[in-house]
Design a protein around this ligand. Structure first.
Ligand SMILES: [Mg+2]
Length: 191
């Protein structure tokens, strides 16, 4: 039986949206969007929606097709949560008709007492031993240690520079890693 594809867990800000790039230098290939998703409005302490300034988001419409060419199953792992399907996916060229699964993180502190990022334990729980690559701009040593301790399958925690967002090099790393674990799985089955 063919092993299921690994999961590719996608962050938005810092990965698809190079939010730390110089403010007046939109990176090549990106388009500017001014968006007011619920997750942004909720950060404004009850300010009426019409008074909330839209969030500027840079997105690259080539990213969706490039992500779909990778041998992964795509999943949102972003604090945009379900808003990512409504506001982000189709703007990067993912099909409008098909929502990606969403890992929910809820309204929690960003860093947990053990120093891990709020997403990490939920990601491990969601993956439930299945191989995953996680692309995020907030991955640190505590997260790597947590995953090594608690996740039984292969995992790639791949840091993306929020000044650049996903680059060709990142896509190469993701493709190579998927090929590597596929080879390892086949070898394991032959052994
Ligand atoms: Mg981020």
């Amino acid at each position: 039986m063919r092993a299921p594809k690994p999961l590719l867990l996608l962050d938005v800000d810092g990965v698809l949206n190079p939010c730390e790039a110089l403010p007046h230098r939109r990176p090549p290939g990106y388009q500017t969007h001014r968006l007011k998703p619920d997750c942004w409005i909720a950060q404004h302490d009850g300010l009426p929606e019409h008074l909330v300034k839209p969030l500027r988001v840079w997105l690259n419409p080539a990213h969706g097709p490039a992500l779909m060419r990778l041998p992964y199953e795509l999943v949102w792992a972003t604090t945009w949560e379900h808003d990512a399907n409504e506001w982000i996916g189709w703007r990067i060229g993912l099909p409008r008709t098909e929502d990606l699964p969403v890992i929910e993180f809820g309204d929690q502190d960003v860093i947990r007492p053990d120093g891990t990022y709020v997403k990490t334990w939920r990601i491990v729980e969601y993956a439930a031993g299945r191989p995953f690559a996680w692309v995020d701009d907030q991955i640190g040593d505590a997260d790597r240690a947590y995953v090594a301790r608690h996740h039984t399958g292969p995992a790639l925690l791949h840091y993306v520079d929020p000044r650049k967002g996903l680059t060709d090099d990142d896509f190469t790393v993701l493709a190579d890693w998927a090929a590597q674990i596929s080879t390892d799985t086949t070898k394991g089955a032959d052994a």
